[in-house]
Design a protein around this ligand. Structure first.
Ligand SMILES: [Zn+2]
Length: 496
């Protein structure tokens, strides 16, 4: 029996009494993880399926090696070993395979044509690059001939875009369809307070072209889908994944593998970030690491869990660094390595990622040769569908206002987290975070009529379903959540 340290990642810490690491006993990796699950029962459902199998979106590492490439659960553990649990996270997630030794210097930027010259101003602008032997005038011209696509112009995309524009990357494509909100400005440094309400792409283009008029910014104001992804990605040399959701993340990965392009991956959650480079020609793809996404209700998003503002800045700058290196063919890319960053501990770690020899997408025995329905694959309701809570009893904000003013007002249940409650809540509501609901049902048994709400209606529809399944008969979901209430009933309330 050995004593090992088990590293608990940020998203799972709430289920392990907030601990970042715990000591655990066992002779094998399987026994060590089982020991942790036994000590923290709330953690179990995040680690194991109901059948007792380790979930496929959870990777386990012994020291820096993925145990799938050792002896899996049966891998022996010695005293002092470090076992890391690394789940897929939405604002960013990890991958797997060691970079092959040898001829790694693939140059992705197109070679400059003979007549491609820099004027005196260009030479001065890029002089600190040109002084580097690894760049020089030839490398700088490569950057100018290069095209990079940023999927997402948010927390990760903002710093990446700024540095790629400053570096003189010739064309930057930006995929995004959001408008700038006040809550974006804590981290999305591409935008200013004056830009509030503008489409991100418009503000981004102004800012990037002001920074470097030599850069062409191509705004792509569409949701990336299986129908348009191949054509959208095809013209670009490198794709930077700055998405915050699993359907787009798998879509970008799959399209890049099929097109033979590298993806520069980054992801953030609370105080923890991840970065890697997926290039199926030279290493693993995202699916080698996580063959399947987590169920949508098991992993919180940054909108629920929060994120330290500087964190996407740091991860985005790492993504920009890797992109420039790929374009130049300089240095050692982050292929086959997953970089983990913990801002609270101010510590970087690196895990080895390996190609999955049976990956459905990038292995010789691949069975998937095209794009699929990613919303269905990730179990996410189609946002274009009429109602995500179809079949569930709902109440509109207007109807709720009338009922609350009436003789028999319903009991309001807020299923968000305490920090969200502190930002805004409805008068008279009762706070029971969704995860605690099954243990706190007794607080609701006296209530005859319940209305459940969250930020925008997603978590509350799950809670409504749960309450109905448990036998509560008069439960309704507030459609659009407290955000819709603030927009339509009480505009003095803050939204976030
Ligand atoms: Zn793969």
């Amino acid at each position: 029996m050995a004593r090992a340290t088990v590293k608990i990642p940020t998203p799972l810490r709430p289920f392990a009494d907030g601990k970042a690491e715990v000591a655990s006993n066992g002779g094998t990796v399987g026994a060590v993880v089982e020991d942790v699950a036994a000590n923290f029962p709330a953690l179990r459902k995040h680690l194991y399926t109901p059948e007792g199998k380790l979930r496929s979106f959870v990777s386990v590492y012994l020291n820096d090696e993925d145990v799938r490439h050792l002896q899996r659960d049966a891998t022996p553990v010695k005293d002092g070993d470090v076992v890391s649990i690394v789940p897929a996270i939405a604002g960013g997630a990890p991958a797997s395979a060691r970079p092959p030794p040898g001829p790694a210097l693939t140059v992705l930027g197109s070679a400059p044509p003979a007549a491609d010259t820099f004027n005196a101003e260009d030479l001065r602008r890029y002089s600190r690059h040109i002084l580097l032997p690894e760049v020089g005038v030839a490398g700088q011209k490569r950057l100018r001939r290069s095209k990079v696509l940023l999927v997402g112009a948010g927390g990760l995309g903002a710093p990446t875009a700024l540095y790629l524009a400053a570096a003189g990357v010739g064309e930057i494509g930006l995929v995004d369809f959001d408008e700038i909100e006040l809550s974006n400005l804590q981290r999305q440094v591409l935008y200013t307070t004056r830009d509030l309400g503008r489409p991100k792409l418009e503000a981004a283009r102004d800012r990037l072209e002001a920074l470097n008029p030599g850069v062409r910014v191509v705004p792509i104001a569409e949701r990336l889908t299986a129908a348009n992804a191949m054509d959208t990605l095809r013209p670009y040399d490198v794709v930077v994944d700055g998405t915050d959701n699993f359907p787009t993340r798998y879509l970008v990965n799959d399209a890049c593998v099929l097109l033979g392009k590298p993806t520069v991956y980054g992801s953030v959650y609370r105080f923890e970030g991840q970065a890697s480079v997926f290039d199926a020609k030279r290493g693993p793809c995202y699916r080698c690491l996580y063959p399947e996404p987590p169920p949508p209700d098991l992993v919180p998003s940054c909108a629920e869990g929060g994120v330290l503002g500087v964190l996407p800045g740091l991860i985005g700058v790492i993504q920009a660094t890797e992109t420039v290196k790929l374009l130049l063919g300089a240095g050692e890319p982050l292929i086959g390595r997953l970089l983990l960053y913990d801002a609270l501990a101010m510590r970087f770690r690196e895990l080895t990622l390996r190609k999955n020899p049976t990956c459905v997408l990038c292995s010789p025995t691949a069975t998937q040769h095209g794009l699929i329905d990613y919303l269905a694959f990730c179990g996410v309701p189609d946002p274009a569908a009429p109602s995500e809570a179809s079949g569930l009893p709902e109440i509109t904000p207007e109807a709720l206002r009338d009922e609350l003013a009436g003789p028999d007002p319903p009991t309001l249940v807020d299923v968000r987290e305490p920090n969200e409650w502190e930002i805004v809540h409805l008068d008279g509501a009762r706070l029971i975070p969704r995860g605690q609901l099954p243990d706190r049902l007794s607080e609701l048994t006296g209530a005859r009529r319940l209305v459940v709400y969250c930020r925008t209606g997603g978590r509350s529809s799950q809670a409504t379903r749960l309450l109905l399944d448990l036998g509560f008969t008069n439960v309704r979901n507030l459609r659009g959540g407290i955000t819709a209430w603030a927009q339509r009933i009480d505009p003095t309330l803050p939204t976030y």
